[in-house]
Write a protein that binds this ligand. Structure first.
Ligand code: NAI
Length: 783
């Protein structure tokens, strides 16, 4: 046999990893687990078996948490929280560092247990999952150390309820737990029912590392336990990773409770290959994109878009690569594709593929292991973009593929999905790749790479892939809130009066401001605005759903162009508005005083001018960060506009409130639909004249008047509104958060608290954060 023949024919011999230590650890624990509450394991209760999907063997028995277990865990976390927070950044950093060290020391045990429990190849658990886990804890030890100097004025939420999936059991735990603890929160975590073992090993590590009791608590069980946890009154912040449907259910379950929420949900991420790509690299990358962890990856490159001219060659090489993938015992170090986590999941994948009627299905000929839960790597070509298999997350080793001709078509196809988690772009022409990357509706874009993760690089989605980021400073912020007491929300109702009592005669009826033009209300109704003493001050239109739809359409039309203007240009317009407002300061001050019955109108105008200056200043300074990731490249965490923001403006500050909401949205490149102060709308309606004289492109700002409670549902349900903010004096949080669940739009709502618009909480980072999406673009850089 020649060397060439040996290379071609050489079979990989088995290289099994030993399960002995991991199995011994399970035996040590008695093979039956309770929950980890207040620093100790509870006695095992009624529960269920946790199996090895590669063999079907029972690994351990887990307990199904009851409501009282969840309450006990939340109570323990609550008791532990103040002391944990008072420990300070350095104290917490030392604990996180100790956890990182302990995980690293037991890396092999964690990796083997993960593979036994989940079915992923040991090569992946050992070389990817667990190293990323300790990196995450080390990185967050550093963030904890720096938190006080870098994020002054921020405090933890309190108790975090966290629910995680089964695809990266320990890594998802790390993504949730490390930032929560770094920020000074305590945690109750529910791992996925299929894969709780490494979380329980982590609990054991917490105990051995001397983490104060109650800081970390783990309750096991199925979705019902997750439901109990996220709805628990004692939980201040909820973080979830999993399916979009459950994410939606959690959005609804937490609506109106004032809990902070981040959701990391499903995806159907595009893998875009241009004809000038390095084809072999792109094929190899694709093997990682879709067959890493058996495709059970939320950001899997599951939709191949390949340029027409190379499609045939690409598919041929891809099939050849698929033929060489080794599928089998995950504990074998030579294995590329392991087992599917559970037979229910395999059946779900199989039935989706079986439902394929129009495409061509390719699966390698080599058989699957005789026993265990396996599904072959699969390629489906020839599907229409609207085919369910092109649109729905399959969450298995199944790749769908289609072709495109031009970069514009590639972008259109890539964005033709309700998701927005990740994308890969392959081209040797970096001009092209970096032109396309910002146009992709995705929270993460990899250029000439795929599935790169790091603790410093924010990760998370747009659209129905959820909201919030994990990783880096951006992720840490989700676990913090501004310090300081808030005032209780106090509803301000419009004044009543006598229509015949006017102040110098009602001069004119204000109109709506839509698409840069004054517009009559669709319904043809107006209402009289009265002063505190009952004098009629003017008429404002009553907006209806049609008016909102028109305004959203105008905003949607303007959003793209406005987003592409430079920060410098946006700043000029904001300064110009300030100048024009100043020219009419006395008129606005008089209007505010007349409506509110106060004497602070002049002060409010000055504050509004100042606020316009603030956001003009920010317009070209709220930059992203470049992350020095420990991989060959950098991750650029860019700030992209959210799109169309619908906002219910503060009632109590008729002009300053409007400006405080409008200006950050504008400065960051968003278009907005603003509903004026409900009781005091006239200043906002007058402000349309300032917009008209300040070169604001039509549609970038639209101003409507009407009852907040009536209009909130339309804004929250509208598919083209990307975010809804409510600073109304009416608490509309339950309504808005429930209604937003359909499209999973971002919400920022007053929940039982008012803010002081003239003070520091009326402007700044929180507004800029809410007006932007973090978009992490990984590019090759250096060696
Ligand atoms: P899932 O979303 O139902 O489960 C994720 C976690 O949420 C688990 O810990 C589960 O116990 C918990 N959970 C379930 N219902 C809950 C509820 N109502 N309230 C609170 N927590 C709840 O995911 P599942 O059923 O395991 O997989 C179904 C599909 O979800 C998969 O086929 C896949 O398409 C998708 N999925 C997506 C993931 C991602 O990272 N994007 C991760 C896991 C699943």
């Amino acid at each position: 046999m020649t060397v060439k023949e040996i290379f071609e024919n050489m079979e990989y011999g088995p290289a099994p990893e030993s399960a002995a230590e991991a199995l011994a650890w399970l035996v040590d624990q008695g093979d039956r687990f309770g929950h980890f509450i207040d620093g100790a394991f509870t006695d095992p209760g009624d529960g269920f078996d946790s199996r090895n999907p590669a063999t079907g063997e029972v690994l351990a028995t887990l307990s199904q948490a009851r409501a009282e277990d969840v309450s006990a865990a939340v109570a323990a976390a609550r008791r532990a929280q103040p002391k944990w927070e008072r420990l300070g950044g350095h104290g917490r950093a030392r604990h996180l560092y100790a956890l990182a060290r302990m995980i690293q020391k037991h890396a092999r045990l964690f990796a083997v247990l993960e593979t036994l429990d989940n079915g992923k190849p040991i090569r992946e658990a050992r070389d990817i999952d667990i190293p990323l886990v300790h990196r995450h804890f080390y990185h967050h030890a550093g963030l904890a150390q720096l938190i006080e100097s870098e994020l002054p004025g921020m405090v933890p939420h309190g108790v975090c309820g966290q629910v995680i999936p089964w695809n990266f059991p320990l890594l998802m735990l790390a993504w949730k737990v490390a930032p929560a603890l770094a920020a000074g929160n305590t945690v109750v975590l529910k791992p996925a029912e299929y894969t709780s073992l490494t979380a329980l090993l982590f609990a054991d590590i917490c105990r051995r590392a001397g983490l104060p009791k109650g800081v970390m608590n783990i309750v096991t069980g199925d979705g019902a336990v997750g439901e109990l946890l996220v709805a628990h009154d004692g939980v201040d912040k909820v973080a979830f990773t999993g399916s979009t449907d459950v994410g939606r259910a959690i959005r609804r379950a937490t609506a109106g409770h004032g809990k902070a929420l981040t959701l990391e949900l499903g995806g159907k991420s595009a893998y875009v290959v241009f004809d000038d790509a390095d084809i072999d690299s792109a094929v190899e990358g694709l093997a990682d994109a879709i067959w890493f962890n058996g495709g059970q990856v939320c950001c899997a490159g599951s939709r191949l878009l390949v340029q027409e001219g190379i499609a045939e060659t690409f598919h041929t090489r891809l099939r050849a690569r698929m033929d060489k993938l080794r599928i089998g015992d995950p504990m074998d170090k030579c294995i590329d594709v392991g087992a599917i986590v559970d037979s229910a999941q395999r059946e779900r994948v199989a039935s989706m593929v079986a439902g394929c009627t129009t495409g061509t299905v390719y699966q390698p000929g080599a058989g699957l292991p005789a026993r265990g839960c396996y599904y072959p790597p699969t390629l489906i070509t020839g599907l229409a973009p609207s085919d369910p298999l092109m649109q729905e997350e399959i969450f298995g080793p199944v790749l769908v593929s289609t072709t495109f001709r031009t970069p514009a078509e590639a972008v259109a196809l890539a964005n033709d999905t309700r998701y927005g988690l990740a994308a890969s772009v392959w081209s040797e022409n970096l001009n092209l790749a970096l032109d396309v990357a910002p146009k992709l509706a995705a929270g993460v874009v990899w250029v000439n790479a795929t599935n790169l993760f790091d603790a410093a690089a924010p990760f998370g989605g747009m659209r129905e892939s959820g909201f919030g980021r994990e990783g880096g400073w951006e992720g840490l912020r989700a676990y913090l809130r501004p310090a300081g007491k808030t005032k209780p929300l106090h509803r301000i109702v419009p004044s009543h009066g006598d229509d015949s009592k006017t102040q110098g005669g009602i001069d004119r009826t204000a109109k709506l401001y839509i698409g840069g033009k004054q517009a009559r209300p669709d319904g043809g109704y107006t209402r009289t605005v009265f002063s505190k003493s009952g004098t009629a001050l003017g008429e404002v239109p009553i907006t209806n759903r049609k008016d909102i739809r028109n305004a959203v359409e105008a905003a949607t039309g303007a959003a793209g162009g406005w987003a592409r203007t430079t920060g410098h240009a946006r700043a000029q317009i904001l300064y110009y508005m300030a100048e024009n407002l100043e020219a009419r300061a006395a008129e606005f001050a008089g209007r505010i005083d007349a409506m509110t019955g106060g004497r602070k109108g002049a002060e409010e105008v000055v504050a509004s001018i100042r606020r316009l200056f603030t956001y003009a200043a920010w317009a070209d300074k709220f930059d992203g960060r470049v992350k020095g990731v420990p991989l060959r490249g950098v991750a650029m965490a860019m700030r992209a506009p959210v799109g169309v923001i619908g906002a219910l403006c503060p009632d109590e500050a008729p002009l300053l409130g409007l400006v405080s909401v409008m200006a950050p949205a504008m400065a960051m490149g968003n278009a907005s639909v603003l509903i004026a102060s409900d009781p005091f709308p006239l200043a906002a309606m007058d402000f349309t004249q300032v917009l008209e004289t300040s070169d604001v492109p039509g549609g970038v700002v639209n101003i409507l008047s009407g009852a907040h409670a009536d209009l909130a549902p339309t804004l929250a349900q509208h598919a083209s509104v990307d975010a809804v903010w409510s600073f109304s004096s009416t608490d509309l949080s339950a309504q808005i958060e429930t209604d937003s669940a359909g499209t999973l739009k971002r919400t920022w709502v007053n929940h039982a608290q008012a803010r002081d618009w003239s003070g520091a909480v009326g402007e700044g980072h929180a507004f800029l954060d809410a007006a932007t999406e973090v978009k992490t673009i990984w590019v090759p850089y250096g060696e």
